[in-house]
Write a protein of this length. Structure first.
Length: 242
């Protein structure tokens, strides 16, 4: 056991000695979320909203919704190449989801449907970064890597449907439901960039733009809901231990 502890301690010392500096930060984010929905799923939705209409034509699409959250992160840069670093984060995102819209027409009859779904998630990115003009007043840092996304809430659906005759609404119905997601977690890939303004050697304002793409579909009750995509703009503060 003593030998094992000695080896572990030696490993920690060697790993820490390879880093030039360590930085921590916190930020708030605002962005948009949507989901890529497969054509066969769109066909199922179209067939559903056009049921009861004779020789109906339909169209199905989806729209982005506002999302937001926050994160804390740590960045480790290397002594041999200070511009290169590893960044780990833990963050929360609220209102992940999309709005699915559908319309079916048959003569003067028309059915319109909106289905908005949303959920909250815990995000754990692991990124590689490279800083241009490191230590200067302005730093530009491209970043890319992978992440794990853990749903931490049920998925909420809000469904609005209207039946129209000659353009006049004759039937209207709204409903809400909450279901568990089948996914324990989802892998994804992320890329973006930091734009940092150094007030001093240790303090900086950091703006960030990031695009995230899930590599697996969201599922609920064995039904595919789509593949999440998120674009975020963030602002935060960074403190560097040199």
């Amino acid at each position: 056991m003593k030998k094992l502890l000695t080896v572990l301690a030696l490993g920690v010392l060697l790993a820490s000695s390879s880093f030039a500096e360590f930085a921590v930060g916190v930020r708030g984010s605002l962005g948009i979320s949507d989901a890529w929905i497969a054509d066969d799923t769109k066909h199922q939705i179209g067939n559903s909203i056009s049921s009861g209409l004779t020789d109906a034509s339909y169209s199905v699409d989806n729209e982005a919704v506002l999302c937001g959250g926050g994160a804390v992160w740590g960045t480790y840069s290397f002594k041999s190449l200070p511009a290169l670093a590893l960044q780990t984060e833990i963050g929360l995102l609220f209102n992940n989801g999309t709005k699915v819209t559908g319309e079916a027409k048959s003569g003067t009859n028309q059915v319109e449907m909106e289905d908005t779904f949303s959920y909250s998630s815990l995000e754990l990115p692991f990124l590689v970064t490279f800083t241009v003009n490191k230590g200067g007043f302005f730093e530009f840092t491209p970043q890319a890597g992978i992440y794990l996304s853990f749903p931490i809430s049920k998925i909420k659906q809000e469904i609005d449907a209207k039946g129209k005759l000659n353009g006049v609404t004759v039937i209207e119905n709204s409903s809400e439901r909450s279901d568990d997601l089948d996914n324990a977690f989802i892998f994804g890939t992320a890329f973006g960039a930091d734009f940092a303004f150094n007030f001093s050697k240790k303090s900086a304002l950091v703006l960030n733009a990031r695009y995230m793409i899930d590599l697996g579909e969201l599922k609920s009750n064995d039904e595919n809901l789509g593949t999440r995509r998120v674009f975020l703009m963030s602002a935060g503060y960074r403190y560097t231990f040199r």
